[in-house]
Design a protein around this ligand. Sequence first.
Ligand code: PDD
Length: 280
Amino acid sequence: HETAWLNGEFLPLQEARISPLDRGFLFGDGIYEVVPIYDGQPFELEAHLDRLEYSLGEIRLRNPLSRAQWRSMIAELVERNGGGDQTVYFQITRGADSQRDHGFPDPDLAPTCFAMSSPLAPAPARFASDGARAHLVEDIRWRRCDIKATGLLANAMAKQAARDAGADEALLHRDGQLIEGSSMTLFLVENGALLTPPKGPSILPGITRDVVINLARDLGVAVEEAPLAMTRLQSCDELWFTSSSREIMPVTQVDGITIGDGRPGPVWQRFQQTLSERTR
Ligand code: PDD
């Protein structure tokens, strides 16, 4: 995983350099995506490129590559990094201006475009056997969490608070509602149905979220997209987090609360099994 891509060129990751005046560095003024690669093939790439388009549009940053160019750059990056299972990360920032100024620079300024690949690390075995642990953290992020922006300080602080509490992921809450994880979408299972917060400015519209909702349709499982009060933690049977790099992660402990019977549940088993069949 040593080959990266920067502004149109493949190069060793160690040799990639950007200016300290880059607005990604100074302001977190950029958009990113993370796409899983299974056996050399990107999973749901078009959905990730659609979301990229949406995020760029919301911050008025032009997409420097066409769809065809994104597809071929990603294919070549995957190939140069040995195929197999990987995660590809890419980001676009508003580029390096000649000085630090909050307002957007001249739109002719070249954006900085970067991509790299990492191994797709398998989930720790204890997640499937015992379930992961979550820690409740107040959601202090901004009100445009639907934009996949590189400014992730609040997410990083939440993840670290979870780690400090001995947990695997933060369960963000705001105004008495459960929102999502620091880098994952939230699902609950109650009476055999899936519950997840609706799309809107307070969550990232997860690609794995859409995949899971489509799986539910295929499996004949009901899905309710509605705000989830924190008291649902006591009544739900299962709690999952989903993401492109972690697939469906069952959670059995939230601070002192045991979810369901404290084991990864049967609905999780069925969905994760079906998802694995579709990705591999
Ligand atoms: N995180 N919510 C947040 C805040 C996220 O950052 C992510 C993705 C998700 C899940 O989205 P998806 O299913 O499209 O991966 C939900 C990526 C993986 C990351 O930041 O590494």
